[in-house]
Design a protein. Structure first.
Length: 376
């Protein structure tokens, strides 16, 4: 294998050579050119949700979880109460954040193959006036399900509460327009659908609400308001920024624009998804989700029933052929996942399904069907 493996995972992802190339320099954090790049990055991210004037971008050093935690703890006040909508692991993680920060939290749960239901949320909000905020995951990467964000946002706004969105795995590929979808803040990161490298996360926050969040954060490093104020006043991060990552992210944002922005990026991922799913279904595999619930981000396939199918062997055989899929069942049903995002196109999706066909033949597995085959 002469190239790096193709990463068919939910992140970190395959990046373009030009994004990697952008990191081959050393920069001082006070370098005027770097400060300008950082400012441009913040403006481009705000523009991506049509948030000019109303929203600001607060970048946070670290993995995506850091931005989600900064958002939750900086917006939900100590005397507030958060309702978390849970249909997978990332929703559960937000509940755990509140346990750490001692924020009052309640959650509504759905099975991992069910989207969150706006009507049920409306009832829960009507029944509990103490709830001040609602948190929802845009695409629940656990299964790859798309939650009905616009409908949810309308229900939350109609009930006079504030919506916090974890759009980590969807941001940049699925439309989110702050002019038509009401929300308070959204968190995402550099290394998913924007196709940068890992190391930077960010929150796009409504400026009016952010102004009121001073002094709320229970810890210094994830204080969104303090981070924002420092950036506004000095153009500087409070603590060492991941400079190489930010410069690469700026390059990735340029490539995102060249591809046609959210619409163009989303279209490529939808083609990737269709090619992958068609190829896998032809081999007998079944998806956990029906197509209408599926985001074109990551697909969960049910584990084949054939006892000769050994996942670790399968995984290793694909890795030997240059494709890294995502091991580990997170859903209630035994399954594995294959991602559609990153600098990959239909040729990679055809490549991985061809590699899967070969791996199955070597294992003596005739079909990827999760149903027990009747004895011949
Ligand atoms: C990837 C992801 C995160 C954050 O993951 P990190 O490993 O912290 O970068 C959060 N929420 C969702 C929905 C994700 O897909």
């Amino acid at each position: 294998m002469s190239h790096d493996p193709w990463l068919l995972t939910p992140g970190p992802l395959t990046t373009s050579p030009s994004v990697k190339q952008a990191m081959l320099h050393d920069w001082g954090s006070r370098d005027g050119k770097f400060v300008a790049i950082n400012n441009r990055m913040r403006e481009r991210l705000v523009a991506m949700i049509g948030g000019q004037g109303a929203f600001t971008c607060v970048p946070m050093q670290g993995a995506g979880t850091f931005a989600v935690e900064a958002m939750v703890n900086s917006f939900v006040p100590a005397d507030g109460k958060l309702l978390v909508l849970v249909n997978g692991n990332y929703g559960k993680r937000i509940v755990r954040m509140c346990d750490y920060s001692k924020r009052a939290v309640v959650h509504l749960d759905w099975a991992d193959d069910q989207p969150v239901d706006p009507a049920r949320v409306g009832k829960a909000l009507a029944a509990d006036p103490a709830i001040t905020h609602v948190a929802v995951v845009h695409c629940e990467t656990t299964s790859g399900i798309l939650n009905p964000l616009p409908e949810m946002a309308r229900v939350v706004a109609a009930a006079g509460r504030k919506l916090l969105i974890d759009s980590m795995s969807a941001f940049g590929a699925l439309e989110l327009d702050s002019r038509s979808v009401p929300f308070q803040a959204v968190a995402a990161s550099s290394n998913k659908c924007i196709e940068g490298v890992p190391g930077l996360s960010f929150v796009l926050a409504r400026i009016d609400d952010l102004k009121q969040s001073a002094g709320r954060a229970p810890c210094l490093s994830l204080d969104l308001h303090d981070q924002w104020q420092a950036l506004e006043k000095t153009g500087q991060y409070r603590f060492t920024p991941p400079i190489h990552c930010i410069v690469a992210f700026d390059q990735a944002l340029t490539e995102h624009e060249v591809e046609g922005g959210v619409a163009g990026r989303g279209a490529r991922y939808r083609q990737n998804w269709q090619t992958l799913v068609d190829g896998m279904r032809a081999l007998g595999f079944e998806t956990l989700l029906p197509d209408e619930l599926q985001a074109p981000i990551i697909v969960t396939f049910r584990m084949p029933a054939d006892p000769r199918f050994q996942f670790q062997t399968f995984y290793d055989k694909l890795k030997d052929r240059g494709y890294v899929i995502y091991p580990g069942t997170l859903t209630a049903t035994p399954s594995f996942r294959i991602g559609c995002i990153g600098r990959l196109d239909q040729s990679h999706m055809k490549g991985v399904t061809a590699a899967i066909r070969e791996a199955m033949a070597e294992m003596g597995v005739a079909s990827g069907s999760p149903l027990k085959q009747s004895a011949e």
